[in-house]
Design a protein around this ligand. Structure first.
Ligand SMILES: [Zn+2]
Length: 449
């Protein structure tokens, strides 16, 4: 596997494009919400003061740090009485961002938190939930440094209470919703880095007890299929030209058709013809994963300062085959027409294309290799060909976009029923008995009923 590591690559300064609502950032800043640029959240430094507001963050950070799990076992298992418990009902459909980060209208996430009060009464001082993005890498700048390996950012925070409230025994529901911005990268589990989303809710009672709830949130992206893509490649010094038709997107499951015409295969002289014949064709789908691993504040000097990272690249083949036959050669027109089906190897778990300013991107190329051999044939007897002994390998590649299947491909803004404010206050009225006599002289009037 080719793998490269370049030290000291400069990463853009975080101040140039704030995207995610970082733990540090001002939630009232409009720039945080209106920027069209993709997120670049990992560049922010962790908060220095741990205020009340970042209470959930600290809990969440602790939970998602990769501190060895066995440390839990050392402490005796105590199950203190909890005055209440939390659960979640998700009401929105699976979270799918349709189209690319710049074009996507995002995905609507909504549901209710249910708080079941077990005690006769509970007074809540605070009740909030965070949506967190965690970018983690298997190749941190400093091995075993959790701060180099993981970056957690707040995407959104819901605060359910304006003031402390008392809740009686029973179930209490707290609805929530948020339009996840379309630029958020999809949940991605790559070879070098991963992006995950978590929801972390915490209710704090007046006696300081914490009732917590957490769950993972899966975000997918589906690039909608459009028109087929046509590409032309030339192979100097020969006269060969390949024109290729490919689907606009491909999927990890299922085949996709590749159509190719090789032109310029014949050279006619006075008495004879030289021509290229296709001997063999190989294709493979290559996946390139890249991640710029950030450095934590503590280890910044390792790379000569903050806002620097280490570029990692991993290239692997996620599907390949040899096409042995099935092409047609036309020595009159000078073309070879090839059609074949390509596909990814599902067992290799290909990763969908993505490009995030978290420093991570995943791309795919279809690489086609053809072996052509030269033949000589008299024009009078074109079927009596003799190999000249000359052969070439033609190699070319095409960018393909591997994405989730779009399914119905309806984004949240198209499938939502009309909002209440869009609906007229009362249904349209119908007149039962129309006296149209006054309209008889004015046919236009009919249109006003
Ligand atoms: Zn570090």
């Amino acid at each position: 596997m080719p793998s490269r590591t370049l030290f000291g690559a400069l990463v853009r300064s975080s101040s140039s494009s704030p995207k995610f609502d970082n733990i540090n950032s001002n939630p009232h800043s409009p720039a945080t919400h209106h920027s069209l640029l993709p997120p670049e959240y990992y560049l922010h430094t962790p908060p220095k003061s741990r205020s009340q507001e970042s209470l959930v963050s600290m809990e969440a950070l602790k939970r998602h740090s990769l501190v060895p799990r066995h440390s839990d076992k050392k402490s005796p298992k105590v199950h203190p009485h909890k005055p209440a418990k939390l659960d979640m009902i998700v009401e929105s459909p699976p979270l799918v961002m349709y189209n690319g980060p710049q074009a996507s209208t995002g995905a609507l996430f909504s549901g209710q938190l249910s708080l079941t009060v077990i005690d006769p009464e509970v007074k809540l001082e605070k009740f909030e939930m965070q949506l967190l993005a965690v970018v983690s890498t298997k190749r941190p700048v400093v091995p075993h440094c959790q701060d180099c390996a993981n970056k957690t950012s707040e995407i959104h925070k819901w605060e359910f209470l304006e003031a402390p409230i008392s809740l009686k025994m029973g179930d209490h529901y707290f609805p929530f919703s948020h339009l996840l911005p379309g630029h958020l990268p999809a949940t991605t589990h790559g070879h070098i880095a991963s992006i995950d989303y978590h929801l972390e809710a915490v209710a704090i009672t007046s006696t300081g007890e914490k009732i917590t709830y957490s769950r993972d949130l899966l975000i997918k992206r589906a690039i909608m299929p459009g028109n087929d893509k046509h590409s032309i490649r030339i192979f100097p010094p020969t006269n060969l030209t390949a024109s290729v038709t490919l689907p606009p997107v491909i999927h990890s499951i299922g085949e996709f058709p590749v159509e190719m015409r090789l032109s310029g295969i014949i050279t006619n002289k006075e008495q004879a013809q030289t021509r290229w014949v296709l001997r063999k064709l190989n294709w493979r789908i290559e996946e390139t994963q890249r991640f710029t691993a950030p450095v934590c504040a503590k280890h910044a000097t390792k790379l000569g300062g903050e806002n620097r990272g280490v570029k990692n690249e991993d290239v692997r083949t996620v599907g390949h085959a040899e096409v042995k036959h099935g092409w047609k050669s036309d020595f009159q027109e000078g073309n070879i027409d090839v059609q074949f089906h390509a596909s990814c190897d599902m067992a290799l778990k290909p990763t969908c294309d993505m490009d995030s300013a978290s420093g991570m991107d995943v791309k795919h190329n279809l690489i086609v290799e053809m072996v052509v051999a030269e033949e000589w044939a008299p024009l009078k007897k074109p079927n009596q060909a003799t190999p000249t002994g000359s052969a070439r390998v033609l190699r070319t590649q095409f960018h393909v976009i591997l994405t989730e299947r779009a399914g119905l491909g309806i984004s949240w803004d198209e499938e939502q029923p009309p909002m209440y404010e869009d609906v007229p206050a009362s249904p349209p009225t119908y007149m039962e008995d129309i006296d149209a006599s006054h309209l008889s002289d004015d046919s236009d009037g009919l249109y006003h009923i």
